[in-house]
Design a protein. Structure first.
Length: 329
């Protein structure tokens, strides 16, 4: 009887230890923060700041392989049967990137500049908003208007705040619903009108709460990202809800609700809502599904297979604002 009990305890502890998996740099052995773990069937999860995620066959019984990716690392594909408590990613060293960074720093060092601003498009109308999901990444194109040297200083992400009392949602003193959500930001070069290679060399994340107001302002001056001649894409992806200290909580793409015919999967939507606008004439907003390997970017517009009430109302762009440092020649 004692041997059986010890065996049960051992198996339980083993399952618990395997459930929590950490992703680390194969050289430094340091955690790889906010890696994406795709399951190959359109689903996936995101590791936290310590590179930890939870996976068991009980949680995901129909998953046979994992596809892990992170900025600056080679992709890792492995069988769910061979998964270990620690996984290691190989750094993807690129000497050319180091040269580019050096050139950019030299171009802006001790140079005078003026700041040009593009205001974000704000709206608190629930019916004019995108409900963000973990699976979707939204990228907005910003053209380069002239040949002046420009650096992205601040990005202003518009958010819509919801009232706790729906009847009082239009009042200025309405009490806002609380949320604490972690977002990831990517800066992409423009390749033939669609997002291309990452220009940020480090993972950029920020936490938004209802205290931010109508938009969250993110300062990325230290990244020293210059705007290419053919423009740039700025993207936003929700990673999930956090605790009060900003720690990413386990979040699933679907909520499972018991219906008449069994369990039904309902897409998990996260707050805050992202307001869309009809004030931008051209289609500058692109969308892709993060957890589908190799999925292409698509312009968010009529005729591209999107079933959205936003497009029916002509709301086809997410109105991000930016501050640019424009350098003197």
């Amino acid at each position: 009887m004692l041997k059986t009990l010890n065996l049960i305890i051992f198996v339980t502890l083993t399952l618990q230890s395997i459930a929590q998996i950490s992703i680390k740099d194969s050289e430094s052995k340091l955690p790889v923060s906010y890696a994406s773990i795709s399951f190959g069937n359109g689903n996936g999860i995101v590791a936290d700041d310590e590179g930890i995620f939870v996976f068991t066959k009980k949680l995901y019984p129909d998953i046979d392989s994992l596809f892990i990716s992170a900025l600056g690392y080679k992709d890792l594909v492995l069988s769910s049967e061979k998964i270990k408590p620690q996984l290691f990613l190989q750094p993807q060293a690129d000497e050319l990137d180091e040269v580019v960074i050096g050139v950019q720093l030299d171009k802006t060092k001790n140079k005078k500049y003026k700041t040009e601003s593009l205001k974000p498009y704000l709206d608190d109308d629930y019916y004019k908003c995108w409900l963000p999901t973990i699976e979707s990444e939204i990228a907005v194109y910003f053209p380069n208007q002239d040949n002046k040297l420009k650096r992205i200083a601040k990005i202003k992400f518009p958010i819509a705040l919801e009232s706790k009392d729906w009847k009082n949602r239009k009042r200025s003193n309405k009490v806002k619903k609380r949320f604490s959500t972690l977002f990831k930001v990517n800066i992409y070069e423009n390749i033939d009108g669609t997002p291309g290679k990452n220009l940020n060399m480090e993972t950029i994340v920020f936490r938004a709460t209802e205290k931010d107001g109508d938009y969250h302002e993110l300062d990325i001056t230290e990244q020293n990202i210059l705007v290419p001649e053919n423009g740039i894409f700025i993207s936003l992806q929700v990673l999930g809800y956090t605790d009060e200290n900003g720690k990413l909580l386990p979040n699933k793409k679907y909520k499972e609700i018991k219906g008449r015919n069994g369990m039904v999967k309902i897409p998990t939507n996260f707050r805050p809502l992202l307001p869309f606008t009809d004030k931008i004439e051209t289609n500058r907003t692109f969308v892709k599904r993060v957890f589908i390997n190799g999925n292409d970017w698509q312009a968010f517009k009529q005729g591209n297979g999107f079933k959205s009430t936003l497009l029916k109302r002509g709301l086809n762009n997410y109105g991000i604002g930016i501050d640019l440092h424009v350098f003197k020649n």
